[in-house]
Design a binder for this molecule. Sequence first.
Ligand code: FDA
Length: 392
Amino acid sequence: MQSYDVVIIGAGAAGMMCALEASKRGRSVLILDHAAMPGEKIRISGGGRCNFTNIHASPKNFLSANPHFCISALSRYTQRDFIALVERHRIAYHEKTLGQLFCDGSARQIIDMLVSEMQGRGAELVLSTEVKDVRKTSEGFVLTLSTGTVACQSLVVACGGKSIPKMGATGFGYELAERFGLAIVETRPALVPLTFDAKTLERLAPLAGNAVDAEVACGKARFSEAMLFTHRGVSGPSILQISSYWREGDEIRITMLPGVDVADLIRAAKRGNGRQAVQTVLANHLPKRLAQSIAERTGIDGNLADLSDAQIKTVDAAVNDWRIKPAGSEGYRTAEVTLGGVDTSGLDQKTMQAKSVPGLFFIGEAVDVTGWLGGYNFQWAWSSGWVAGQAA
Ligand code: FDA
């Protein structure tokens, strides 16, 4: 039976970072994946350009039952450290918006960088390999693979979350955690489009394809980014962001013209030309179809000259305080990440090692640390992978 210092399950973002760091320390490392290629989620991320980190990443951009847990890893391996690695590999990048860094070329450059770094330091990458069983022994762990058996001192679980099952996401990491007695914080799809019920869709379906720069709020969380009407409901960055905070039964509040006093706008238009319809005024600031739909929703379609102040306020609220209860989300099929995961109370924040099982580590998306949209989830994968790589 072949024996390694470290075996890593999952050759994704976190696993590859961990492999290269553990190899740097002279540890013998095997990193295995059931997929045929490493880093498949990196490849499709950021529309093929990989939003690999965020200049502004800080613990406040992450959701977790213990919001303090991520502080240590994020401060030991920061976005600046990852940017330095990208620059050493001469990968050109740019800031798209809100501190989000993307490759100028292709996400494959990030995969190639990680593969060449880890293999250059001796880590062994084995693909298309299933893990059938994991057993704890007095010296470490024994893994039964589809191709044979391997032993290791340290086992790092970097299997990611449940999102996009079509790409091989399995939730295997959670199973392993439970098998070793670790608790799981309930998992749910996050960074995911929200859906409407059939009746609402009947009214809003014609808006599919229209987008606005909106502020979307749910409870105390609020995000100002683009929002897109879809055939199923709403999507776009502001909706994906709020989906991590939304729960079934919650309403979301949408401000479609943030910073604009719509009542003032209508009053001014009324003074200028009282014979126009409200949707004409709104169409100067919103997509025409949306303006039309708002007029229909409020039932206010006469000349501005005939509008009462109460009606003007109704239109204002319809634009800037639209409250709607999504029926659900598109689920793991399209979710970018999985909220929840291995309960951080069972892990050491400095190493990601399970407190109750020496030698067992959990990193990346499998752990109950979920970032906002915008490069934060990869930063968590790099940071948690890096700290585990120093200890495994
Ligand atoms: P990741 O999912 O990367 O890797 C897990 C690996 O484990 C996979 O290679 C998988 O095949 C393997 N595996 C799973 N089960 C296994 C088993 N039983 N046996 C063996 N191997 C197994 N984030 C961001 O910051 N910026 C972005 O631009 C994007 N864009 C984006 C787009 C899309 C479409 C999605 C779905 C997601 C994103 N993300 C993102 C999120 C980001 O991809 C995600 O947070 C990280 O990939 C998580 O890294 P991990 O290494 O933890 O898991």
